[in-house]
Design a protein around this ligand. Structure first.
Ligand SMILES: [Zn+2]
Length: 113
């Protein structure tokens, strides 16, 4: 009988994080200050801290406890969620800026008329 040692973290965890985000991204809750509630596979959720104020990123799942130096799939899913919401915020900011610029252009055209 081969004794089980702690397995090396699978190289597929990035893919698993992506899959988790794809399937459950809408259920990820940003609780503020870089802390996210990320759904687990067996129901419930894990608390992910993206350490926005410095320090180490962490997750409350057993995988992260076993491999604290590696990002578990919840950390990866939370990171994707944060990137997506930042991109969305930037898009909306650009949209606001663009429409303001457009109004400005219209105003400058009518001023000269
Ligand atoms: Zn985790």
């Amino acid at each position: 009988m081969i004794e089980k040692s702690v397995p090396a973290p699978p190289a597929t965890r990035e893919l698993r994080g992506l899959a988790l985000f794809r399937d459950h991204g809408a259920e990820i809750i940003h609780e503020g200050h870089g802390v996210y509630a990320v759904p687990g596979c067996s129901g419930g959720s894990y608390t992910v801290d993206l350490a926005v104020f410095g320090g180490e990123e962490s997750c409350s799942c057993p995988d992260h406890a076993r491999h604290p130096k590696y990002s578990c799939k919840h950390l990866i899913a939370a990171t994707i969620s944060r990137a997506k919401s930042r991109a969305k915020a930037r898009r909306e900011q650009r949209k606001r800026t663009a429409s303001r610029a457009a109004r400005g252009n219209v105003a400058s055209l009518t001023v000269g008329a």
